[in-house]
Design a protein around this ligand. Structure first.
Ligand code: ZN
Length: 278
């Protein structure tokens, strides 16, 4: 397959607030907008002690569109009380998404190493099903994000696009789809096929960008800037576009290395790397 057309501008570029972790929400909004970026995915902890109306005003003043709220999920647990708490937290996340004007809630499904992955997946399905009516009431879509299998013990029993598609399809709702994060799924030889399947079902809800450094120093917080690793980003973007995806290109980089430096400089590097490598 040929590579897709080159990206010439920042109009579809979105940044996850966690990418510039040292900044609070207002700093993220102001600085992204100042760099010509008008899409943002907001991590929930930044909403603590903020007034949704005030935040919406700051977003509007900077012509900033909220792409998604990150994150709900963590439904799997061998303890019934924890599963109930997760459902309550997801209902809260859906309310937050509505208040913020976020059309999508990203769902990191959860896992419990004290039980089998099969049990975890069943609990994840039940958890999503039980918050679906609330999501439906306010029109917030739920994007299941498969994580790399290295996180299967604690963060997600959903580790491939195929599993995410199976789960999303089994819930049989237009509001349930998938978030494709290249860091988590680039290695999968079935990725092209599963992206195609997801698009055909109308379930490609999100596309997250970073890179996979072949010599990683931290399994969580050493993601690469686009071009620093081995992921063929253009090829995967081509598959997304072929499958009908027209949404945002969300940069989500957790990096102790970049968090130590100047965040404004980091955002400039993100813009350059995005235009060059994504
Ligand atoms: Zn992601």
């Amino acid at each position: 397959m040929d590579y897709p057309a080159t990206i010439n501008d920042l109009s579809r570029l979105c940044i996850h607030t966690q990418t510039t972790r040292p900044w609070d929400l207002r700093q993220c909004i102001e600085n992204y907008a100042g760099s010509g970026i008008h899409r943002i995915s907001v991590w929930r902890h930044l909403l603590e002690n903020t007034d949704p109306k005030g935040i919406r005003r700051i977003l509007k003043d900077h012509a900033m569109e909220v792409v998604s709220l990150v994150r709900g999920g963590f439904f799997a647990s061998s303890h019934p009380g924890q599963r109930e708490a997760a459902i309550a937290d997801n209902l809260e996340a859906i309310r937050e998404a509505e208040a913020l004007g976020a059309p999508v809630l990203v769902v990191v499904c959860g896992a419990d190493p004290g039980q089998s992955p099969v049990e975890s997946v069943d609990q994840i399905r039940e958890g999503i099903a039980s918050v679906l009516p609330a999501a439906s009431e306010v029109g917030v879509r739920l994007a299941i994000e498969p994580l790399h299998p290295m996180y299967a013990a604690g963060r997600s029993a959903i580790v491939t696009m195929k599993q995410a598609n199976d789960l999303a399809e089994s819930l049989d709702s237009d509001l349930v789809g998938v978030a494709v994060d290249v860091f988590h799924v680039w290695w999968d030889v079935e990725l092209e096929r599963e992206i195609g399947r997801c698009g055909a079902a109308g379930k490609l809800f999100a596309f997250h960008l970073s890179d996979w450094k072949t010599e990683m120093t931290d399994l969580l917080n050493d993601r690469g800037l686009m071009g620093e690793g081995c992921i063929d980003l253009k090829r995967i973007r081509g598959w997304m576009e072929q499958a009908g995806f027209e949404g945002s290109h969300e940069v989500e980089i957790f990096s102790n290395r970049y968090w130590k430096g100047n965040q404004g400089e980091f955002v400039r590097k993100i813009c350059d790397a995005y235009l060059k490598h994504a």
